[in-house]
Write a protein that binds this ligand. Structure first.
Ligand code: NAP
Length: 292
């Protein structure tokens, strides 16, 4: 079968988002289908928030095998889908929906995607401090990844401090939590004592995405082995990691997390793992760069 041929029997997987045109998921998933010679296609649908329930309801009638969800649908989907994995329920967010013969199952592969990337980067967090900036779905996944890596203390720093408090409470109420979780405002990013202790600082906000500017952060107070990780990924170094690199710190963006969550979703949708490296190569080809 020619990989570019559109076959009427092709099964379809998709991503729902708004906006969605920038998504790299179609390139990653279609590269894996082509490599496996599978008669399947992955397409992007721009779905407005008011149409999310109808779009989810159309998954089975249209024979769609699985759907990824991106901004702004992850948290709304967790309220709309009844059957949730334990992880999706804990995070209050769904990033993939699997069609099991008409029964929709909501799951979340973001935390596992980040955890795997941090392990690959050799980030040793056991007993150490991690600072997570943000309090949305990406931040929740980041907190979970840090806890799974054995962080002794996680500080959630967010513009709206009340949201950081709510996220910290959500984790503190779960039995998986062993490390201490604290909530702060963005003033934490200028707290030199706190910064000096951090082994990992994660940006899980959309700061810098459109403006190219990040909040004031005292990079020079951090330890030499502090890893800066931005969930945002782009061709050029992001507004969060550029000053970290200038300060001589190790800094990476979220491309590795994106590949990992995509590989996990591919396996959930297709019941077969993508060939190693294929989705990663497709992403970096789209981004026009090698891994930072
Ligand atoms: P979200 O739920 O909408 O949360 C957005 C966060 O950004 C909130 O904490 C918000 O603070 C903060 N924020 C937005 N604008 C700000 C500003 N001007 N100043 C200070 N804080 C600001 O978004 P999300 O789903 O968690 O996603 C966050 C980022 O992670 C996005 O850029 C997304 O693309 C990325 N992401 C990447 C991956 C990956 O695979 N690499 C996976 C998931 C998410 P307030 O609470 O004060 O509004």
């Amino acid at each position: 079968m020619k990989s570019s041929a559109i076959n009427p029997d092709a099964a379809v997987a998709a991503i729902f988002g708004d906006p969605v045109g920038h998504s790299k998921s179609p390139a990653m998933h279609n590269a894996a289908y082509a490599a496996l010679g599978m008669n399947r296609r992955y397409v992007a649908f721009r779905v407005r928030s008011e149409n999310l329930a109808a779009a989810l309801g159309a998954i089975h009638p249209l024979g769609i095998i699985g759907v990824n969800l991106t901004v702004p649908h992850k948290e709304a989907a967790a309220r709309l889908i009844k059957d949730l994995s334990g992880e999706a329920r804990m995070l209050g967010a769904v990033n993939c929906v699997v069609n099991r013969r008409g029964a929709l199952r909501g799951d979340n592969t973001d935390a596992r995607g980040l955890e795997r990337d941090l392990r690959d980067l050799g980030c040793e967090l056991r007993g150490r401090l991690a600072i997570v900036i943000g309090a949305g779905g990406g931040a929740a996944s980041s907190v979970l990844a840090c806890l799974r890596l054995g962080a002794g203390r996680v500080v959630i720093a967010n513009r709206t401090a009340a949201r950081a408090v709510a996220l910290a409470r959500r984790f503190s109420a779960k039995s998986i939590v062993r490390g201490a979780i604290e909530a702060r405002g963005l003033d934490a990013l200028r707290d030199s004592e706190l910064l000096a202790d951090a082994r990992l600082i994660v940006n899980a906000t959309s700061m810098g995405l459109t403006t190219g500017r990040f909040a004031r952060l005292d990079y020079s107070s951090t330890a030499g082995d502090c890893l800066f990780y931005d969930l945002i990924y782009s061709r050029e170094p992001t507004a969060f990691i550029k000053p970290a690199i200038a300060a001589g710190r190790r800094a990476v963006d979220g491309a590795g997390m994106l590949v990992n969550q995509g590989e996990l979703a591919f396996k959930l949708f297709n019941r077969v793992a993508p060939p190693a490296g294929v989705m990663r190569a497709a992403l970096f080809n789209e981004l026009g760069r090698a891994r930072a």
